[in-house]
Design a protein around this ligand. Structure first.
Ligand SMILES: [Zn+2]
Length: 398
């Protein structure tokens, strides 16, 4: 009985995360320092990193997590995902599968991402599943299901008729569901954004173009201005030069895809502190010609444009590891492994406005920590085999 009471007292005193962990490893990539640091000891208490030392100091109260032979890094982030899609039959999702079914399926996608080392995702359009992504975020925050921390965009907004089903293929007689919310004219755009924010999105997904420019500049500006009033940022799907230009000039925070991101647009993005999420993975998956994309990406990198890992997973099947994106950055776009890692850690943390909490292994930061065997600075593909995952001090993979 006394043992039991002591146990209850401990829970009351320390809460459910009372555990102190001491994580020891061969090396640390902390997200800030430009080289790996040898023999780290990272102390985690509750959901935070409370200390880091390199002199093997381990508090008596700590449970040791021995990751000798491993490199520890900040939890990874993907800023372009579609949790409510599975990359297979889009029409079946739109016309047959309910948002509830799709949300239940997304629980599996969340688990895959977390097990692969992704502790944060920005989901950028529910693809016709309404605000089911807001519910996924709530379910994770409430502890009903496990998953990465989510930033979600709900249904997204596109110019009337310019999304899926494709223009010219829409049934004129029956009002069928669409992959995004449509709007035209500044008033309707503003009303749509207010509605989406009222339903709990924390980002807006704007389709600034759809193969070619669709919204006019005034509409794009109205959407972004309205979102900003509510302190919500906008990620802009833009593949054409004109789409990219309008999105940046109107105040979008990140450009998604950015196929035609030439030198003048790179300069414009730099001047406006805009991030680029190139989604190479989806293009590689569907064998799109990528010579120009890699050329632009390399030039953007050399000019120090902030690249953020975005894959578009969900537009292709979740069975593919999102972190393969980093292999493309290193092997085909010329990023150093350390800079590639930053596209999945410090850069997206900044984009998400969480640069003081996420994306680094530093004292006071949330304890999102992953580990891989060996040194990913020697071989970036090692990150495709994450062996340890901790999110906010809780271990999800060991
Ligand atoms: Zn996408």
């Amino acid at each position: 009985m006394r043992v039991f009471l002591t146990f209850i007292a401990a829970i009351l005193f320390y809460g459910p995360y009372a555990q102190t962990y001491a994580i020891i490893a061969d090396r640390l990539i902390d997200g800030k320092t430009d080289k790996a640091l040898d023999n780290p000891v990272v102390i985690v208490y509750k959901n935070k990193i409370v200390d880091i030392n390199f002199s093997n100091k381990i508090p008596d109260s700590a449970t040791v997590i021995n990751l000798k032979g491993y490199t520890i890094l900040p939890g990874l982030m993907d800023v372009h995902t579609h949790l409510l899609a599975d990359g297979l039959d889009y029409n079946k999702d739109l016309y047959e599968n309910s948002p509830s079914l799709r949300a239940l399926r997304a629980v599996k996608h969340l688990s895959i991402a977390l097990q692969n080392g992704f502790t944060t995702l920005r989901d950028v359009c529910s693809e016709g599943a309404g605000f089911a992504d807001v519910d996924l975020r709530k379910a994770i925050d409430s502890g009903y299901i496990d998953g990465p921390r989510l930033f979600v965009s709900g249904p997204g907004i596109a110019a009337t008729g310019n999304y899926v089903p494709y223009p010219g293929l829409q049934n004129w007689e029956i009002q069928l569901p669409t992959g995004t919310q449509y709007a035209s004219g500044q008033d309707e755009c503003i009303k749509t954004i207010r509605g989406q924010i009222s339903h709990g999105v924390n980002w807006i997904k704007l389709y600034a173009d759809w193969f070619y420019p669709t919204f006019n500049y005034d509409e794009i500006k109205a959407i972004i201005d309205e979102a900003k009033k509510h302190k919500i940022n906008v990620e802009a799907h833009a593949t054409s030069k004109e789409g990219i230009r309008m999105a940046i000039q109107a105040g979008a925070r990140s450009i998604e895809h950015g196929d035609e991101f030439d030198d003048s647009l790179i300069q414009l993005a730099l001047a406006n502190h805009v991030y680029w999420s190139p989604t190479i993975s989806v293009y590689e998956y569907f064998n799109y010609p990528l010579d120009t994309a890699y050329k632009y990406l390399n030039r953007a990198y050399k000019q120090k444009l902030k690249i953020v890992l975005g894959t578009d997973i969900g537009s292709y099947p979740w069975a593919n590891n999102e972190v393969k994106e980093l292999e493309y950055y290193v092997k085909k776009a010329g990023l150093t492994p350390m800079d590639a890692i930053k596209t999945a850690t410090v850069n997206p943390a900044e984009l998400l406005g969480k640069q003081n909490q996420l994306g680094q292994i530093q004292k006071g930061f949330l304890a999102d920590i992953i580990a891989v065997k060996g040194n990913p600075l020697d071989d970036i593909t090692l990150l495709q085999h994450v062996g340890f995952v901790m999110k906010e001090g809780k271990v999800y993979k060991r």
